[in-house]
Design a binder for this molecule. Sequence first.
Ligand SMILES: Cc1cc2nc3c(=O)[nH]c(=O)nc-3n(C[C@H](O)[C@H](O)[C@H](O)COP(=O)(O)OP(=O)(O)OC[C@H]3O[C@@H](n4cnc5c(N)ncnc54)[C@H](O)[C@@H]3O)c2cc1C
Length: 388
Amino acid sequence: MFELPEELRLLKRAVREWSLKKFDPNLAIELDRREEFPFELWREANKLGFLNVRFPIKYGGQEMGLLADAIVTEELCRVDSTLGTAIVLGNFSSDCILLFGTEEQKEKYLSKVTSGEWISGGAYTEPAHGSDITSLDTKAVKEGSYWIINGSKTFITNAPIATFFVVLCQTDPESKHRGQTMFIVEREDPGVETTVMHGKLGIRCSLTGEVSFSDCKISEDRLLGKLNRGFYQFMEFLDKSRIQIAAQAVGIAQGAFDVAWKYANERTAFGQKLIDFQAISHKLAEMAIKIDAARLLTYRAAWYYDRGVVDPSLSSMAKAYAARVAVEATDYAIQILGGYGYFAEYKVERYHRDAKITDIYEGTTEINMNVLINFLPKSSVLRTFMLS
Ligand SMILES: Cc1cc2nc3c(=O)[nH]c(=O)nc-3n(C[C@H](O)[C@H](O)[C@H](O)COP(=O)(O)OP(=O)(O)OC[C@H]3O[C@@H](n4cnc5c(N)ncnc54)[C@H](O)[C@@H]3O)c2cc1C
């Protein structure tokens, strides 16, 4: 576990070499300013298979698992936090189809996602329900062999560009979270509208918006998974996707460290290199310790996931810690660069802005702390060290 297998080392190197070649920092600054999705890079990364390593070969993936996915995500976000984050989120929530879909649904949607033809989205959050989605205002009602959906979702990644969304709806209003169901809704379905929400702090190349449903009529074969099990399916999806967000955070933190390390070894002040000031070298040391700890937590969660151990406390621990490390490390990086760190050309101001989202989506850090504490006594992995 402390050394990556050869296959993953090669993958890491290939992704790194590609992104170093393709992620032009000026393009990133420009697209960040214009809030534009990097379609070309996303298409090429799909073609090379980088964004699909976790999907089964049968649906166009590489069947390499979640640890491989974490390594790809980390490298892409390390080389450029803005471009990397946007492209790895291009297939957001497709995993729900992989986890809960019928064979027909998997064939229809996953192969288009892995081939880079379709972008996906997951619509869970509502204007009045974010962390607490135990009851939802978006309702789906059965009419013959159709479902009619009404309601709206907010802060939805890829809302303006996704071909389809996994949507969580209340199907039995009396039963709160025990009465929720997932559906696959396509952009072209009647009654679907999307907007773009401008003015985000960071990840500005990943487009965010609202998705609303007005008497949206879909056939019953769009129900995803089991009727009234949507909330539980969503929690199961989060156990996986939180590991991916943790990997994003590790990559962003590592990318900021790379810039700060180089700068501290080159810049001089008072006749010596910055790194020779203990106040600076200790910041770098603290960053190194925390980034590596976050990486190990992330890899461990992914490694267990790949072996069938789906443990919410491992995912939440990795995500909560990595997010805080990303925010702190990018802040330190700006401090080490001084005034230059505050300007776009030196990248770390963008990394700092991009890091903050990892503290918020896929469950805020507070929510992930709650999950960790609730599941800690049940965790076969953590109990070995902590509660025995
Ligand atoms: C850029 C961006 C992209 C997003 N993408 C998506 C997406 O693709 N799909 C989607 O469905 N959602 C998405 N979200 C929504 C995101 O998941 C929510 O913003 C997040 O879950 C928090 O919900 P909220 O904003 O309603 O905050 P609230 O739930 O209102 O929380 C506000 C504060 O209260 C704290 N809090 C709430 N409950 C508790 C508690 N029990 N214990 C301790 N503290 C608590 C929170 O931690 C937070 O600090 C995205 C958000 C952003 C900003």
